[in-house]
Design a binder for this molecule. Structure first.
Ligand code: BGC
Length: 944
């Protein structure tokens, strides 16, 4: 793609009800102030807030020049808020006052800092654990807390307070390029005094251009990308919709790689005038992007489009239509607002409105310098990205669900989709022109427990935190009905709450369009336990839900980010469920893009940052190796080899005597029931494992020198690990100071990674520990992936099967006893007894990490495993039989379907194996010589 010109809207739109990060600045003489956060619809409706508010609401900042004080009043945000009692009165040195004063309020989501004439008068510049440099920190305005809560205030309606003579009022973005969103001059300010105004204006950008075709066309190809998300039409026909290509061009580290899609558009062209039209929205570029609220507008504030259409005439003449200043832009299309986190506002009345076309703007992203402020974060928009053909699995429509049941609660209808899913609704409604329908989404309802007061039965949105997940649809009033179908957002939900309708749509009219990058599945598992079958389904649903252009941690709250720890523990399971080769290759492009000069990988890609450390960063090594093992494609190793080597160098440089410096460690066994597993034991086991993988990679790639070097390094790390972390007398694991550290993960993880010198002794301890715990799981993200295989590979299959079928808390099946239809972030995200416990704010119901046991179901229970050289040309079938009446499943490889089924008989296990044409399998059965089997169906028997 040659064009590098990006075009967009010349003005920034503003949706005040969705805006939580912004600055307000008024210049005035005399005493006066600013009102904002007024008439917040969420606070007017008690079911939409957990503070039990339902009346008038606003926040005012009043500068009292006579007493040199700032008076902050908050009304309607929490019980006890009253205009008579200020939230705060802040005294400041009178010397700061001037004849004309500038009052600046910076609202960071839940907090706000205030400056008078450029000097901070409310707030502090202080150290912050996320940052290297001290940060401006505000006063907490949100009664719910400072982070990980439903965000208050939003900008909402604004006004000016009587008393002052105002010269200007400006609303602007806090992050570069600090774009102005609203600007009132002296006269306009006068009309804002004593009244409330909604500063919302503009809408999503439409970009269009016409061109003429004269002559016969041989080919016509369009290459398209965006800093944001686009949808396009040519002569009214869609380029990238239908059941695939949602959210194009997808997520990437936009500074380094911009992926473009290519479409053959010849069939859409016509002789004479043609018209290209695009809608462009924030996507992964701007708006809310991150659990760190101030990362709002992460890359920039204005999405933009870049495209070129290459038309080759049969005469040989070539014409190129590309984005440039001749395109036009309109902002009065039906999509008034759209973002991934907050939802979409669609005014159907504007579908056929005359567009307010004006010249478009050429958009150049502004550099955002973060280095030194945010730990390890590189600067943004400082390099020219490589324009690269699309890689990965685009997001498409995977399944269409229909609502299963309907309840009426207060003034709204709540539909249960019967399944926690990710996507958008498609709902048939009938309404009057201008009638507003509001849709909100949730993974759970408040259960009937007294602690939830009058919210019982209402949708639970606390775990969505800053993500509004709200769609607004304004009817055109079509007598035949109309369809709500948001296009530029996605939600993680099981329940939809619809308000603004008198009669509920029928169940069959409420569809759930499941969106995912997983459109085809390659694996299946079933067995005699219905509960385990449901676990398998839940794993698949959580993969579907979280594979949206990149692997994410969760699809509902304000994260949806490529957390690498989650990705690496789940990668193996993912490779069985679907062909995710290109999906992960795309992700790894971002991982490499973010590798620091010292070799350190990020913990999140492509969004960057965080503190996960070794287990998270090691995804840069573990994921390519997992892909190579499963797909047998050396290219994946080649692509990542130098980055993998650099990471080992980084680990080596941050170690002494083959033990890592704990300062680079990061997180351990995240969200374990038993959090006591020694972090250093884990990090150093991974240090060894990473080194093993890169040594093996060197071998595969024929780099013998590196192989020899890393193989030796591996031996040293392994020996040191055993000496340090294993008690020579008991064989129990211990921490660096010699204190015994006897947890499931302390054995399971190093066993799975092959680090113990004496694996059978370690496995016996793991088995003992698991028996002592009554066959419960006390592992977190890391240990959970390893435990079943660590047991069954070392002679304790029975224990593994007991763990698998355990239903008490904590276990894989416990969430299913509580109604789970996906894998939860926590073992106890919800219980019948305690509801959501104390976990209202970090409690995803769709987090695949604890579902990493899926790989064990395929590779151990069914026994389908890649061969020595990776891939399935020559593979292994090594089932581990156990306490199930039968287990059966398949895996579709590039060579065809591998099938495995075993059944318990009176005297042993009967196994049937299906081997695809052109492949062979080594069959490894307990107590029997290994057998090599060729294509076809084979039967075996293993006596008890
Ligand atoms: C995410 C995770 C992630 C973790 C690490 C969470 O907020 O959802 O899945 O790995 O943070 O800190």
């Amino acid at each position: 793609m040659k064009t590098k010109t990006f075009i967009g809207s010349p003005i920034l739109p503003l949706d005040a009800a969705r805006k939580g990060i912004f600055g307000l600045e008024a210049t005035f003489t005399g005493s006066g102030g600013i009102i904002f956060g007024a008439d917040d619809i969420r606070l007017k409706t008690f079911r939409r807030n957990v503070q039990n508010q339902s009346g008038e609401n606003y926040i005012s900042y009043y500068l009292d020049t006579s007493a040199a004080q700032l008076i902050i009043i908050r009304v309607g945000y929490a019980e006890g808020d009253t205009p008579d009692k200020p939230l705060a009165t802040v005294q400041f040195p009178p010397a700061l006052l001037q004849d004309t004063n500038t009052l600046t309020i910076k609202v960071f989501g839940n907090t706000a800092a205030t400056l008078l004439n450029g000097q901070v008068i409310d707030g502090d510049v202080k150290p912050h654990f996320f940052f290297e440099k001290p940060q401006l920190t505000g006063r907490q305005l949100n009664p719910l807390g400072e982070s990980d809560v439903i965000t208050f205030p939003r900008l909402n309606k604004i006004g000016l307070m009587p008393g002052g003579v105002y010269g200007s009022l400006t609303i602007f973005n806090l992050r570069p390029p600090h774009g102005v969103l609203f600007n009132a001059n002296k006269e306009e300010c006068a009309s804002l005094i004593g009244s409330l105004t909604d500063p919302t204006h503009g809408g999503t950008a439409l970009l269009s251009r016409t061109f003429n075709i004269k002559g016969e066309i041989a080919t016509a190809t369009a290459h398209i990308t965006a800093r944001g998300t686009y949808c396009g039409t040519l002569n009214g026909q869609e380029l990238n919709v239908g059941n695939k290509d949602y959210f194009t061009p997808g997520a990437s580290h936009f500074d380094r790689h911009l992926f473009f899609h290519t479409y053959n558009v010849a069939p859409l062209l016509q002789q004479g005038e043609n018209c290209l039209e695009f809608t462009i929205t924030s996507g992964w570029w701007s708006d809310a992007q991150n659990f760190m609220l101030f990362k709002y507008n992460f890359w920039g504030d204005n999405p933009s489009l870049c495209m070129e259409l290459i038309i080759t005439y049969t005469s040989g003449h070539i014409e190129i239509i590309s984005t440039d200043e001749t395109w036009r832009c309109a902002t009065n299309g039906p999509i008034r607002y759209a973002s991934h986190f907050h939802g979409e506002t669609y005014d159907a009345r504007l579908e056929n409105a005359e567009k307010n076309w004006q010249p478009c703007a050429i958009i150049e992203p502004t550099p955002i310098y973060e280095a030194g402020e945010y730990i390890n974060a590189p600067d943004l928009n400082v390099t020219q990205p490589e324009m690269t053909p699309h890689l990965g699995n685009p997001v498409g429509e995977a399944v269409i669900l229909r609502a299963q049941s309907l309840t009426t609660k207060l003034d709204c209808f709540i539909y249960d989709m019967g399944q926690n899913m990710v996507g958008v609704p498609r709902i048939k409604v009938k309404g009057e022109p201008g009638q507003q329908i509001t849709l909100r989404y949730a993974e759970a309802l408040y259960p009937p427990l007294p602690r939830y007061g009058n919210l019982q039965g209402c949708i639970f949105t606390e775990n969505l935190r800053d993500a509004d997940c709200t769609d607004i649809y304004i009817c055109k009033g079509d007598s035949g009905g109309e369809t709500i179908a948001p296009r530029f957002t996605f939600h993680g939900y099981r329940y939809i709450e619809i308000s603004g309708l008198d009669t509920p749509p029928a169940l069959h009219e409420v569809e759930g369009v499941v969106l995912s990058s997983i459109l085809e599945e390659t694996g299946h598992f079933e067995c005699s336990s219905q509960m385990v079958n449901r676990l398998f389904e839940n794993i698949r649903w959580s993969q579907r839900a979280n594979f949206i252009s990149i692997p994410t941690d969760c699809p509902q709250r304000n994260e949806r980010m490529g957390w690498m720890g989650d990705a690496q523990v789940f990668a193996e399971t993912a490779t069985y469920n679907a062909n995710v080769q290109d999906f992960f290759r795309r992700f790894l492009v971002s991982v490499r893009d973010l590798q620091r000069p010292n070799g350190c990988f990020p913990d999140i890609a492509p969004q960057d940052g965080a503190w996960g450390g070794i287990p998270w960063g090691s995804a840069g090594i573990i994921v390519p190796w997992t892909l190579y093992r499963q797909y047998g494609n050396r290219e994946i190793l080649e692509e990542n080899y130098s980055a993998m080597q650099k990471y080992i160098e980084y680990l080596q440089q941050n170690s002494a005597n083959f033990l890592l410096d704990p300062g680079i460690g990061g997180l351990g066994d995240w969200l374990a029931y038993d959090m006591t597993t020694d972090d250093e034991l884990i990090w150093n086991a991974i240090f060894a494992y990473d080194t093993r993988i890169v040594a093996d990679t060197a071998k595969v790639l024929g780099d013998t020198a590196t192989f020899a070097k890393l193989d030796a390094l591996y031996s040293s790390i392994k020996q040191t690990w055993n000496k340090t972390f294993v008690c020579p007398h008991t064989g129990k694991t211990r921490n660096r100071t010699g204190e015994i550290n006897d947890t499931q993960t302390s054995y399971a993880l190093p066993l799975y990674y092959g680090i113990f010198n004496n694996p059978s002794q370690a496995a016996a301890h793991l088995n003992r520990k698991t028996e002592e715990l009554g066959y419960l799981l006390t592992t977190g993200f890391l240990g959970t992936q390893c435990i079943a295989a660590a047991l069954s590979d070392n002679g304790y299959a029975n224990t593994a099967y007991k763990l698998l079928q355990q239903e008490e808390y904590p276990s894989w099946l416990y969430p299913i006893t509580q109604g789970a239809t996906t894998i939860w972030e926590r073992w106890n995200s919800q219980t019948h007894k305690d509801g959501f416990g104390e976990h209202n704010n970090m409690n995803s119901f769709n987090h695949y990490s604890l579902g990493a046991v899926g790989a064990w179901l395929y590779s151990r229970v069914l026994g389908i495993r890649p061969g020595e050289g990776g891939g399935y040309k020559n593979f292994i079938i090594a089932p581990c039989f156990g306490e199930l009446a039968y287990a059966e499943g398949h895996y579709d490889t590039q060579h065809g379907r591998i099938h495995s089924r075993w059944e318990q008989k009176n005297d042993g296990y009967a196994l049937t194996v299906g081997i695809p044409p052109g492949t062979s399998a080594t069959i490894l059965l307990p107590g029997q010589e290994s057998v090599t089997a060729q294509a076809g169906e084979h039967e075996f028997f293993v006596a008890f």
